[in-house]
Design a protein around this ligand. Structure first.
Ligand code: ATP
Ligand code: MG
Length: 308
């Protein structure tokens, strides 16, 4: 496994008394899609801006494909593409000039074929001679992506790529990001849309108040932290939960017709047979049962909930 980006003990103080990032350490593997998930003000843009050399760190070390971003700035920066959170385009330039100029900025030789393919892939080729100001919001976002990819970076940062984007374009962008990953590009995206992280990411990091709260494979994360619920549709309604079942996390719903049992999917699985046996002893019969797993949203809320 190759590490594309390694962040070690990164801290940022904007003011002496305001710590935007505290001792963040993170390793991003080559070719993965990593989603950094966190509420407003968590420090996502700060983290990305430091890696891209826009903001200076107060402390810590960052290496991009083994190049130190401070000691070997140009080489490190060349390998990164950034799609910023805010629109940052020159409104009077044409689409073509924007991407061509950006490529030149990174010292890459002119390659019209590459840029043409890129614009075609982003459905911007027909607009190549249009001024940026004549484009729709969604097209401008796509130009930002084209600009970020103009110098063929290995690592692409997307800071809230789909904020304010309609459903259709969002799907298109997701598909495009996956395609990029399939060509070997490492993708790091920030989002506060949980479904976006759930949909896209191989791994998820959750950041809150400048600290990484958790990093895990998406699947493992959902499995490990997700509580599960067993719902039993009772054959006959019961007036209350019998006291002999008080040790289980049970809830009686639907006027006594439905009993739900919440358990951690790892620890307490083996309690289900015991619960079913106890129900039988109490003469409580059920006609149907099913389990459901909590979503990443529940996990996220339980980790950062009440933080603001
Ligand atoms: N240039 C700056 N000077 C002072 N404080 C700043 C500066 N930039 C960001 N901050 C503060 O640092 C904290 C983290 O901001 P940041 O933009 O990194 O958050 P974020 O996670 O990207 O949030 P959002 O989801 O809203 O984009 C915030 O409290 C913000 O006000
Ligand atoms: Mg941000």
């Amino acid at each position: 496994m190759t590490i594309a980006l390694s962040i070690n003990g990164l801290s940022k103080k904007y003011k002496p008394d305001f710590q935007a990032l505290s001792k963040v350490s993170l390793e991003i593997k080559q070719g993965e899609i990593f989603a950094l998930l966190g509420p407003n003000g968590a420090g996502k843009t700060t983290l990305i801006s430091i890696v891209c050399g826009i903001v200076n760190p107060s402390e810590g070390e960052i290496r991009v494909n083994n190049c130190d971003i401070q000691k070997d700035y140009r080489k490190a920066r060349q390998q990164i593409g950034l799609v910023p959170q805010e629109l940052s385009l020159s409104m009077f330039e044409s689409v073509w000039a924007t991407v061509n100029f950006s490529r030149g900025m990174y010292g890459k030789p002119r390659d019209d074929k590459y840029l043409e393919d890129l614009l075609r892939k982003l459905s911007l080729w027909e607009k190549k001679d249009s001024r940026i100001m004549a484009l729709s919001g969604g097209m401008k976002r796509r130009v930002l992506i084209a600009k970020a990819l103009s110098h063929q970076p290995d690592i692409l940062f997307l800071d809230e790529p789909t904020a304010g984007v309609d459903v259709e374009l969002r799907q298109e962008m997701w598909a495009m990001i996956r395609e990029l990953r399939d060509t070997g590009v490492t993708v790091i995206l920030t989002t506060h849309y949980i479904d976006e992280a759930e949909e896209m990411a191989d791994r998820i990091g959750i950041i809150n108040k400048g600290k990484i709260v958790l990093v895990n494979e998406k699947q493992a994360l959902m499995k490990k932290l997700g509580s599960k619920q067993l719902s039993l549709e009772l054959s006959t309604a019961i007036p209350s939960i019998p006291s002999s079942l008080a040790n289980y996390k049970l809830e009686l719903l639907d006027d006594g017709h439905k009993l739900t049992y919440t358990f951690n999917s790892q620890d307490e699985h083996n309690q289900i047979p015991a619960l079913l046996k106890s129900l039988e002893e109490q003469g409580i019969e059920f006609k149907d049962l099913h389990t459901s797993q909590s979503s990443l949203e529940d996990i996220f809320v339980s980790l950062v909930g009440g933080a603001k």
